[in-house]
Design a protein around this ligand. Sequence first.
Ligand code: HEC
Ligand code: HEC
Length: 278
Amino acid sequence: MTSDNDRRRGLLARLRERPAARSRGRRRLGAAVRLIAALMLAGGAYTVFAPGAQAQDNPQLTGAAAEGKALFDVSCVTCHGRNAQGVEGRGPSLIGVGAASVEFQVSSGRMPLARQEAQAHRKPPVFTDEQTRQLAQYIQELGGGPVVPGGDDLHEDGNVAAGGELFRINCSQCHAFGGGGGALSSGKFAPSLHPATDRQIYAAMLSGPQNMPVFGDNQLRPEQKADIIAYIQETLKHNQDQGGFNLGRYGPSTEGLAIFLIGIVALVFASLWIAGKS
Ligand code: HEC
Ligand code: HEC
C-alpha cells in the first residue's frame, strides 16, 4: 500500500518537475549557442589581427622585403621559423633584431649556419650585397630594430686617437689590444677584427653577436662608433711592426714564452757544444 502511494507521489512530483527540466534544457542550449558564437567571433578576430596571419600574406611588405622573404623562406626558415619567430633548439627568434644583425650575420657568412656549433664562424658570404639588403629589409619590416646608417665609409669623420681610447676601454678585453681576437669561455672566441668592413664593425656594435655586448647609441654615440671604426681601420690594420716578429701582438705572455723557448734551446746547444769540446 505504502509503496503504491510512494510511486504515485513520485510520478506526480516528476510531472511537476518536467517544465522546469525543459526550461533548464533550453537554458543549456542557449549557453551552448552563445559559447559557439563567442568562439567563432574570437577565431575570426584572431585571423584578422594575428601577426602570423598578416605576415603570411604580407600585403604591406615593400618590394625589397618581399624579395628578402622569398630568400628567407628557402634558406633560413628551417632554423628561424616561418615568420622568423624562432625554432626551439635550432635558431633564435629574429623579431626585433633589426637589419643590423642580419647584415652582420649574412655579410660575414655566419648565416646561413651550416651546422650547429658553439659559435658561428666567419665564412665567404653565400648571398650578394643586394640579397643581404633584401633579407635585412624583410626582418626589419617584420619586427623593427637597429639599422646601420647608409654608406660604405662610416669613419670619415672619426677621430683615431679618441677611437683608440674607446677601443681600449670597450673592446680590447675580448678582441685584444691589437684587434687580433682571443679565446673566451666554453669553446667560444672573440674573432680577429682584421677582415671586418666599416659596416660590419658598426653592425656588430649595434647587434652584439653571441657573447659580445650590445653597444647601442646610448652606450656609444654614433660619433664614438665612427671614432672606434677609424681606429680599427686606420691604426690597427695598418700597424707597422717596429722590427722583428709581432708574435700575434698578444703582448708580454707570448713574448716571454718565445724568449724562454729560444733561450732554452740556445743554452742546451751551448752546453752540448762545451761538453763536446772537452
Ligand atoms: C642551421 C640552422 C640555421 C640556419 C639555416 C640559419 N640560421 Fe641564423 N642562427 C642560427 C643559430 C643557432 C643562431 C644563434 C647562434 C649564434 O648567434 O651564433 C642564429 C643567429 C642568427 C642571427 C642573430 C640573431 C640575433 O639575436 O642577433 C641572425 C640575424 C640570423 N641568424 C639570420 C639568419 C638568416 C638571415 C638566415 C638565412 C640566410 C639564417 N639565419 C639561417 C641558426 C640558423
Ligand atoms: C665580451 C667580449 C666582447 C667585447 C667586449 C666586444 N666584443 Fe666584439 N665580438 C665578440 C664575440 C664573441 C664576437 C663573435 C660573434 C660571433 O661570431 O657570432 C665578436 C665579433 C665582433 C666583430 C665581428 C668580426 C668579424 O668576424 O668580422 C666585430 C667587428 C666586433 N666584434 C667589434 C667589436 C667592437 C668594436 C667592440 C668594442 C666597442 C667589441 N667588439 C667588444 C666579443 C666581444
